[in-house]
Design a protein around this ligand. Structure first.
Ligand SMILES: [Zn+2]
Length: 220
């Protein structure tokens, strides 16, 4: 093959790849579920906890993002309640999530209303989100007094990140993006900033958001 033919051939291969890659990458970023109703949210923990307003901000962030993409889906209303999930229970669930095992449903959650329960815990563990076939989701946020939640801008993004999982997102490997996480080496301290702001989504994640929740999405 002459050199010029080889270049043309490589160029068309690259074009074909470009044509299919965005969809494949976007699909790879999903956890395999999407809400079929507007999930109402219950934030459990102390009323004066600074993570309460950050939870409301995270819901606004996602709803603004969904609106900006013209998705038909929105997260629902938030109610604050004083219940707590025991530290040992929530730390045990975190360990299971970290090891790649889905934790069993915590009986403590059964009596708590809401589709997504946000547990603003006082324990120190790796924050996580999980979702059960029953339809209930749990966003578990570690203590706001434990490093690196004490760093400016970290708690805000950790909570928004976990909501990303709660609506079906997996991790990416880009430390400048909101959904970066394991097995990539990025960690929550990288959200630290003197300017309060949310880390962005990737272009593929925006595409995934519209695949999961298109403009004609409606509750059923
Ligand atoms: Zn994560």
């Amino acid at each position: 093959m002459r050199r010029r033919d080889l270049i043309v051939s490589l160029a068309s291969a690259a074009l074909c790849t470009y044509g299919v890659m965005p969809e494949r990458r976007a699909m790879a970023a999903g956890l395999g579920f999407a809400w079929t109703k507007v999930p109402v949210i219950t934030a459990i923990g102390a009323a004066g906890d600074p993570r309460q307003p950050l939870t409301r901000d995270a819901v606004t962030f996602w709803n603004d993002t969904l609106a900006g993409l013209r998705s038909g889906f929105r997260l629902g209303a938030i109610t604050q309640r004083p219940e707590i999930v025991p530290d040992a229970v929530i730390a045990g669930m975190s360990q299971r999530v970290l090891s790649g095992t889905k934790p069993g449903f915590a009986p403590e959650l059964a009596s708590i209303p809401g589709d997504i329960v946000v547990a603003l815990s006082n324990a120190d563990f790796i924050s996580f989100s999980t979702h059960w076939a029953s339809g209930k989701g749990l966003v578990a946020i570690k203590s706001g007094h434990a490093y690196p939640m004490t760093l400016p801008n970290v708690a805000r993004n950790v909570i928004a990140h976990e909501f990303g999982h709660a609506i079906g997102f997996a991790h990416n490997a880009d430390p400048t993006k909101l959904m970066c996480g394991r097995p990539a080496p990025c960690r929550p301290m990288e959200f630290q900033s003197t300017t309060e702001h949310y880390f962005p989504l990737t272009a593929d994640e925006k595409a995934l958001l519209l695949q999961l929740y298109p403009p004609d999405w409606h509750a059923h």
